[in-house]
Write a protein that binds this ligand. Structure first.
Ligand code: ADE
Ligand code: ZN
Length: 341
């Protein structure tokens, strides 16, 4: 298929984004604009020199820059602008539903109040719901390089805003920070009504995926690339139709895989796993939803049925009501049928 035809098809797919760190959607142009108005000097003297630093050998090298960049976010308006810019971008890519991670500790540890962070993000999400017809869920992520005690403090801070938060996640430096470190805070989060997800098996071993399932009781695994290493796990993921939210451009940028052609998603689909495609930190990894679909489809030569399955899986794996899921899945099917006529 011609590249332009593939891009056109991908543009038209009704999409759901389930793995997106809002701080990872911080484009350099907006970063410099907010730094200027907050009178903060970035370590980089231009957008070009900042972008030159976007070459990572692993997750940690990326996180080091990601946390530095987040330091320019101070006021509610900054969090609003960040979130609104992301939503406008994905609106242009026919994304109809988003489930967005935010990392409160990245900000509260610098003295920015939890309320400031969540008010800005929430107001932008609500505006997008009203004006762009994008539905959303919000997921608060605990930073796994910090202690469980600190995660408990974050849980406590979130409670006045519980009605705006749908779930909790676990992100940041994976190796050496297994899910087992957060068993108690995940249990407490569930008792407060939060749904549970965790990054596992991105860089870390397959044992972390087992821990996320068995010790944290998550309803979705973020990444989970390493599951193909373990046949018993694969069977479990298939039987439970446990969603894996995969992020192809992220995996190449962070050298989780060396080449897009080595990406495990096609094998996962063949194995009957509920695998989905998302963008993780699109401002850093070279693209949003469309670009992730395009690069993976091109590298693996995915066919139309596989593209449709990926789009359906994302709505299936979402936290939308069963009615909304059915509506969107039928939209996806109608779209793909229209390509044949
Ligand atoms: N935080 C932001 N992006 C992340 C990723 N890909 N893995 C773990 N933590 C993250
Ligand atoms: Zn992630």
């Amino acid at each position: 298929m011609e590249s332009s035809d593939l891009k056109k098809i991908i543009q038209g797919i009704p999409k759901a984004e389930l793995h997106l760190h809002i701080e990872g959607s911080f484009e350099p142009e907006l970063m410099f604009e907010i730094a200027k108005r907050n009178k903060i000097t970035l370590d980089f003297d231009s957008i070009e020199s900042l972008k030159k630093g976007y070459m990572f050998n692993n997750l940690q090298e990326f996180l080091d820059i990601y946390y530095i960049a987040a330091k320019v976010l101070i006021h509610e308006q900054d969090f609003f602008d960040l979130t609104w810019a992301y939503l406008c971008k994905v609106y242009s890519q026919n994304v109809l539903h988003v489930e967005v991670f935010f990392d409160p500790q990245t900000h509260t540890d610098r003295g920015v109040e939890f309320a400031v962070v969540i008010n800005g993000i929430y107001k932008a999400l609500e505006k997008a719901k009203q004006e762009l017809n994008i539905s959303y869920k919000l997921i608060m992520s605990y930073l796994r390089h910090l202690s469980e005690e600190e995660a408990f403090k974050t849980l406590e801070s979130s409670l006045p805003f519980k009605h705006w938060i749908d779930g909790v996640g676990l992100d940041s430096s994976e190796i050496g920070n297994p899910p087992s470190k957060f068993v108690n805070v995940f249990k407490a989060s569930a008792n407060h009504g939060y749904k549970l997800v965790a990054h596992a098996g991105e860089e870390g071993p397959v044992a972390y995926i087992w821990e996320a399932l068995d010790l944290l009781n998550v309803v979705r695994i973020d990444h989970g690339n390493r599951c193909l290493d373990d046949g018993v796990l694969l069977q479990r993921l298939r039987d439970e139709q446990m969603p894996l939210t995969l992020c192809p451009l992220s995996n190449v940028a962070l050298k989780v895989i060396l080449n897009m052609k080595d990406h495990p998603i096609e094998k996962m689909l063949d194995e009957g796993i509920l695998a989905t495609i998302h963008s993780d930190d699109p401002a850093y990894f070279g693209g949003y939803m469309n670009e992730n679909y395009y690069e993976i489809a091109k590298a693996l030569n995915l066919n139309i049925d596989q593209l449709m399955l990926l789009a359906i899986n994302a709505f299936e794996a979402s936290w939308l009501s069963s009615e909304a899921k059915a509506k969107h899945i039928s939209q996806v099917k109608t779209y793909f049928k229209s390509l044949n006529s």
